[in-house]
Write a protein that binds this ligand. Structure first.
Ligand code: IPM
Ligand code: MG
Length: 357
């Protein structure tokens, strides 16, 4: 098949990890006889430096024309002064909103080879396999923001329609899994959460009667994710709760560096990015873990291009390489030998080629 993929390296370790995912996509194209046009564009701080705009029109236009967007990470101290006029993060929020990708899927599974990489005891995390569906284009991230000399305000708004559509994504996903949705809110305090609970409850009951729904307060969810993570299947959250809880949940898998995400809207086009940030402290050192981005490329193949077999082949290759003992610094045992970003990427490409030969 032919596909156009916009490739936004972004800032910090973003370009390093994206370069490895690009190698994996190129190998996939070659092995499967596909033609992927992988078109790079400036985004985030890198674009601010050149154009004074984190999401230049040419980049947005490319993303709109593309079948999918692969993104590294954005941001860094250079652009994060409290009084900065333009911010890389604003560009990311604008891109998500412009592409209409309201549902952010963040799967968390514990790879058996990494059971000792987590700070949580192995017997608690064995068999963990859940997915967050995080609402991505609404809530406090996008409400009115005001600042005076003496106070500041961020408004949080959710409409019934916004809650309905993201709940449907969670319901559909649960149907293909263990048929359980945990909807997370703070309905004992927030009006938006009371609406969330009502609407999520109504949609699941009416449209997904085969799916079991439980409601959980966000503070309790933060605890249960550590106490009994195996019990979760699909977790449905509003935007900010999902941001916070997915960083927490990444510790079950051993590192932020191994977790991918897919952001989806009404059509097939999606935005794919690792859940980690730009890690300016290790940028350019060649030690970042590319697995989160490589697994994001697998999600891209699955959700935007419909290439399930190719997606699975990448996931299997990542598993093989971990089983064989390759570890970037973030997932290595203290004192153990580590590989760099490029070596990890190359090992995954080699495993992919080996499996298909
Ligand atoms: C994420 C990130 C972003 C978010 C930042 C960089 C704006 O933390 O994708 O989780 O908060 O959504
Ligand atoms: Mg985050």
């Amino acid at each position: 098949m032919k596909a156009l993929v916009a490739v936004l390296g972004g800032d910090g370790i973003g370009p390093d990890v994206v370069a490895q995912a690009v190698q994996v996509l190129e190998a996939t194209a070659q092995l499967g006889g596909h033609h992927f046009e992988l078109a790079p564009a400036l985004f985030g701080g890198a674009a601010i430096d050149v154009h004074g705009d984190g999401l230049p029109p040419a980049t947005l236009d490319l993303c709109r024309r593309a079948d999918a967007v692969l993104l590294g990470a954005i941001g860094g101290p250079k652009w994060s002064a409290p009084d900065a006029k333009v911010r890389p993060e604003t560009a990311l929020l604008a891109l998500r909103r412009e592409l209409g990708v309201f549902a952010n899927l963040r799967p968390v599974a514990v790879h058996p080879a990494l059971r000792d990489a987590s700070p949580i005891r192995p017997e608690v995390i064995d068999g963990v396999d859940f997915v967050f569906v995080r609402e991505l284009t609404g809530g406090i991230y996008f409400g009115e923001k005001r600042r005076t000399a003496t106070d500041a305000t961020d408004v949080c708004t959710y409409s019934v329609a916004e809650i309905e559509r993201v709940t449907r994504v969670a319901g559909q996903l649960a149907r293909a899994r263990r048929k359980r949705v945990t909807s997370i809110d703070k309905s004992n305090v927030l009006e938006t959460s009371r609406l969330w609970r009502t609407v999520a409850g109504r949609v699941i009951a009416a449209e997904f009667p085969d799916v079991a729904l439980e409601h959980m307060l966000v503070d309790a969810a933060a605890m249960h994710l550590i106490r009994r993570p195996r019990d979760f299947d699909v977790l449905l959250t509003e935007n900010m709760f999902g941001d916070i809880l997915t960083d927490e949940a990444s510790m079950l898998a051993g590192s932020l560096g191994v977790l991918p995400s897919a952001s989806l809207g009404e059509g097939r086009r999606g935005l794919y990015e690792p859940i980690h940030g730009s890690a300016p402290d290790i940028a350019g050192r060649g030690i970042a873990n590319p697995i989160g981005t490589i697994l994001s490329a697998a999600l891209l193949l699955r959700h935007s291009l419909g290439l399930e077999r190719e997606a699975l082949a990448i996931e299997t290759a990542v598993g093989r390489v971990l089983d064989a003992g390759a570890r970037t610094a973030d997932i290595a045992a203290p004192g153990a030998k580590t590989v760099g970003t490029g070596e990890m990427g190359a090992a995954i490409v080699a495993a992919l080629r080996h499996a298909s030969s």
